[in-house]
Design a protein around this ligand. Structure first.
Ligand code: IPM
Ligand code: MG
Length: 351
């Protein structure tokens, strides 16, 4: 019986994970669950944002559903002891080098975007972000004060193996979609991304059916706003992907709707909503659980090879949104919002 590790984390994490678990129980009754701590709550209770025991549990289970980490309570901690480090360690320990962030505009929600509805209707793109390398992990890093001068350093570094494997994930994904791949770089300034492009070009001939184009990251930030619909799969080094996936999320207008999957070659995976811990609304039943519910669908599809059950969940979510149910983040002036628990219940009923 497959076992899922639940890591609810901080802020609204526990509320949205509870709803996603209930949906999973309805869609895939044979799964079992264990729960552990990550992030700020783990700092408080276990002294570190991610314990060795929890890492071992994650490796043992293979699939992890995470809520969110972080909050103002832990903001004053030094970078190496913050809640976010728990997440970074988990990604690295599980070898989750590929982060898949689909940004899709659901027709019934196209007026939630800050852009004009006609500019975003039909947007359906997939950001593929390299997740265990680049400037997030490169050495040397940290403070390097010397001779009374304060100084700090981070290092952006990739080897060919790291670039080739994420490029393959991107080409494979494009092949299953609209067969267009946009590679994001800053080769006019950074040698490491010129090298990245070189490796992507070396992989490309294995995918003659996929059209490859390159975009400078600054220009990408611009054209993504102007022509979001033109993009299919967008491949990014770690930090560019962090930034552009938030931009893509905002374009859809519904950060509370966007799931993500982090996967590697081991068959293991971590599934989490793109949104954060929203401490301002935590505990008030106001969170939108749909991003976590859709992350549970990605867990079924990418983590457990159950595309059918995943599709059922996605259809149920679309139906509930089409019927007009909105949590506070989605409701417009004059519309009544339902709570997190009721939204979860509606999805289970629609299943
Ligand atoms: C994300 C988040 C994380 C990241 C933080 C919480 C460490 O912003 O998943 O996009 O930067 O990767
Ligand atoms: Mg981010």
């Amino acid at each position: 019986m497959p076992r899922v590790l639940l890591l609810p984390g901080d802020g609204i994490g526990p509320e949205v994970v509870a709803e996603a678990r209930a949906v999973l129980e309805a869609a895939a009754p044979d799964l079992s669950y264990v729960e552990a701590k990550i992030g700020g709550c783990a700092i408080d209770d276990e002294g570190a944002p991610l314990s060795d025991e929890t890492v071992a549990l994650a490796k043992d289970c293979g699939v992890v559903l995470l809520g969110a980490v972080g909050g103002p309570r832990w903001d004053a901690l030094p970078p190496d002891r913050r809640p976010e480090r728990g997440l970074l360690r988990m990604r690295k320990e599980l070898g989750l080098y590929a982060n898949l962030r689909p940004a899709t505009v659901i027709a019934a929600l196209s007026d939630a975007s800050p852009l004009r509805p006609e500019a975003v209707e039909g947007v359906d793109l997939l950001v593929i972000r390299e997740l265990t390398g680049g400037i997030y992990y490169g050495e040397p890093r940290g403070r390097q004060d010397s001779d009374g001068v304060r100084r700090a350093v981070n290092t952006m570094v990739y080897d060919e193996h790291e670039v080739a494997r994420i490029a393959r994930v991107a080409f494979e994904s494009a092949r299953r979609r609209r067969k267009k791949l946009t590679n994001v770089h800053k080769a006019n300034v950074l040698e490491v991304t010129a090298f990245w492009n070189e490796i992507v070009e070396e992989v490309a001939p294995d995918y003659p059916d996929v059209t490859l184009e390159h975009q400078l990251v600054d220009s990408m930030a611009m054209v993504l706003l102007r022509d979001a619909r033109d993009f299919d799969v967008v491949l990014c080094p770690n930090m560019f992907g962090d930034i552009l996936s938030d931009e893509a999320a905002m374009i859809t207008g519904s950060l509370g709707m966007l799931p993500s999957a982090s996967i590697g070659d081991s068959g293991r995976g971590l599934f989490e909503p793109v949104h954060g811990s929203a401490p301002d609304i935590a505990g008030s039943d106001a969170a939108n659980p749909l991003a976590t519910i859709l992350s549970a669908a990605m867990l079924l599809e990418h983590g457990l090879d159950r595309a059918d059950a995943a599709e059922q969940i996605r259809k149920a979510v679309t139906r509930v949104v089409d019927e007009g149910y909105r949590t506070a983040d989605l409701a417009r002036a004059g519309e009544t919002a339902i709570g997190c628990r009721e939204m979860g219940l509606r999805v289970r009923e629609a299943l």
